[in-house]
Design a binder for this molecule. Structure first.
Ligand SMILES: [Zn+2]
Length: 569
């Protein structure tokens, strides 16, 4: 539990009452989280009185006093980047779920005083009150307004602290648990992070947009994720990050992603998210850019900084295309609609999600890569997505002017000097199939699809999960064999063609089958056995590789080098 005391000073006594409310979401994570559900025991100090008036708001009658004091407790048991977590080693505090806002006066500054166990240190991008060290367990910080207060998570505790400079600007990595990673791994992570930040800064004119930066790194088995802030980021990565190259590159790309957001979304901001309205959903059609381009650059920056090879980069991009291949929702939900619907789709996945929607992160990344290639091709290499970034920074980020919700195509065309409406129509505004090969040909690459080497030749087109050792269908691909046979998510698969399933090994039973053959599938639904007749599909070509086209022209090969650098660098 976190015990919170909020003092509102200099309240106009004539007003007689104020309203305090807790945000229902936190910027960067587009889900109504109802943080107020974790509040308990809220009371106001006499003579004031608190009355709950909405799910997340209280009216405080001041009782004639010139200020009020409100006390409450917040449950903090969820270790994610967007929820507070407290245990005997640390307290990770997320402002949106901890602090109450004074309704109508969110512009007012705040002072935060934290009483922590002695010896605990604090890491946050909130400004420490000058002259304070926090050594006695009391930490005092200031925030110029409610936006600043909730845009700076606080890590308190026994974490390890590592300081480094990039372009003369101080950065601090706080690693929890303090012994989560080995010394050599920490060195490598800090060195590579320094390279990443310098590479990102170069894209935006070589200047960092903040005075200091806090990277709050949690190493935990539970989950992987990050949340961006103006001068900090919270990241959860698995402790096994350093055990294999692909997991290390994944964590590096996560660091690159969250730090890239310091420019792209925290300062270059969509109009739909400006200002943040903490009591309701804020809608934007532009997450395909703000998350998609950030996802494109999180790996592109690794490549630009020579932290991954061209092959590793292309394998990553091919993996994103494979995800799209296996997501029928790509033909249902356009990219900008997926952005608008983030609140009810991406953040609320269910068994039908893959059939009905598409991730604006993953499709956004692929589309940004393709837009980059197309802009380069249509301008003979004079313009690129990097130019779009630089323009967005100069015209919007540096000047803190929001990007109009319908303004992105015009910005792209101004930078490129060529029409791009056909691409925006096909890739962003409508849910049509993308012709990857046509665009990849501009850079001398081609796409190859094949079945997984260990895949059986025939497929039902469903996924199963284990439920008490039983194979329960978790999702059915739209139009696939199981879908046509009337097998639903939630059905238990008991047998295929008379052979009982072992555990969840559907593949094992399909190994001897051939595509086109009709088989009996025994299912259990709601306690009753039933038989469905399914005509098997051939195994999907769900492996994707992007490879050099041996017939590519020298000009296309040069364009590829301009895009990704030399293959052996
Ligand atoms: Zn992001």
């Amino acid at each position: 539990m976190v015990h919170v005391e909020t003092t509102v000073r200099a309240t106009d006594p004539v007003a007689g009452s104020i309203v305090l409310f807790m945000p229902v979401w936190t910027p960067g994570s587009y889900l109504i989280r109802e943080y107020a559900r974790h509040i308990e025991g809220l009371t106001a100090e006499e003579p004031a009185r608190a009355t709950k008036i909405r799910k997340n708001a209280w009216r405080i009658d001041t009782g004639g006093a010139a200020g009020v004091v409100v006390r409450y407790r917040v449950y903090a048991g969820d270790l994610t980047v967007r929820t507070s977590h407290v245990d005997e080693t640390h307290a990770f505090l997320v402002g949106a779920g901890l602090f109450l806002a004074l309704e109508g006066s969110e512009h007012l500054g705040a002072r935060v005083e934290i009483s922590a166990p002695p010896g605990w240190r604090a890491a946050t991008s909130l400004r420490r009150v000058p002259g304070e060290s926090g050594a006695d367990g009391t930490h005092r910080f200031e925030a110029p307004g409610f936006d600043a207060l909730v845009d700076a998570p606080i890590e308190l505790g026994t974490h390890r602290e590592e300081r480094f400079d990039v372009l003369g600007t101080p950065h601090r990595a706080s690693i929890w648990p303090h012994d989560a990673i080995a010394e050599t791994d920490l060195r490598r992570l800090v060195d590579d992070t320094r390279t990443i930040v310098a590479t990102e800064a170069a894209l935006f004119g070589g200047v960092l947009p903040y005075d200091a930066y806090d990277l709050l790194l949690h190493f935990a088995q539970r989950g992987r994720g990050g949340l961006e802030h103006r001068a900090s980021a919270a990241i959860i990565a698995p402790p096994a990050t350093f055990a294999a190259r692909d997991s290390y590159l994944d964590t590096l790309s996560l660091v690159a992603h969250e730090m890239f957001h310091a420019w792209n979304i925290k300062r270059i901001r969509p109009a739909g998210l400006t200002p943040y309205r903490y009591g309701e959903e804020c809608y934007t059609r532009l997450l395909w850019w703000f998350e998609g381009a950030t996802s494109y650059y999180d790996w592109r920056v690794l490549r630009m900084a020579h932290l991954c090879t061209v092959d590793e980069y292309l394998d990553h991009l091919a993996g994103e295309i494979a995800y799209l291949d296996q997501t029928p929702g790509r033909l249902v939900h356009a990219l900008e609609e997926a952005s608008f619907d983030a609140w009810i789709k991406l953040y609320r996945p269910d068994e039908n999600s893959a059939n009905s929607s598409v991730s604006y992160y993953r499709k956004g990344e692929v589309v940004c890569a393709l837009l980059d290639i197309e802009i380069r091709a249509r301008t003979g290499g004079r313009a690129s997505l990097d130019g779009v970034l630089a323009h967005l920074w100069a015209e919007h980020g540096a000047r803190e002017l929001p990007v109009p919700e319908d303004g992105m195509q015009a910005i792209f065309e101004r930078v490129a000097g060529v029409p791009l409406g056909d691409l925006f129509d096909a890739w962003i505004r409508s849910p049509t199939e993308i012709d990857y090969a046509r665009t990849l040909a501009h850079v001398g690459l081609t796409i190859e699809r094949s079945a997984r080497a260990d895949a059986p030749p025939a497929s039902l087109g469903l996924r199963v999960r284990s439920d008490g050792g039983r194979a329960v269908v978790s999702s059915v691909i739209r139009g696939a064999a199981a879908w046509r046979a009337g097998i639903d998510a939630g059905d238990e698969i008991v047998a295929i063609a008379g052979a009982r399933i072992e555990g969840t090994k559907v593949d094992g039973l399909l190994r001897g089958q051939t595509p086109g053959r009709e088989v009996e599938v025994t299912i259990a639904r709601d306690g009753r056995l039933a038989t469905r007749r399914a005509t098997l599909d051939s195994a999907g070509a769900d492996r994707v590789k992007i490879v050099p086209d041996p017939d590519a022209s020298p000009a296309a090969r040069e364009a590829c080098t301009a895009w990704l650098g030399k293959a052996d660098d």
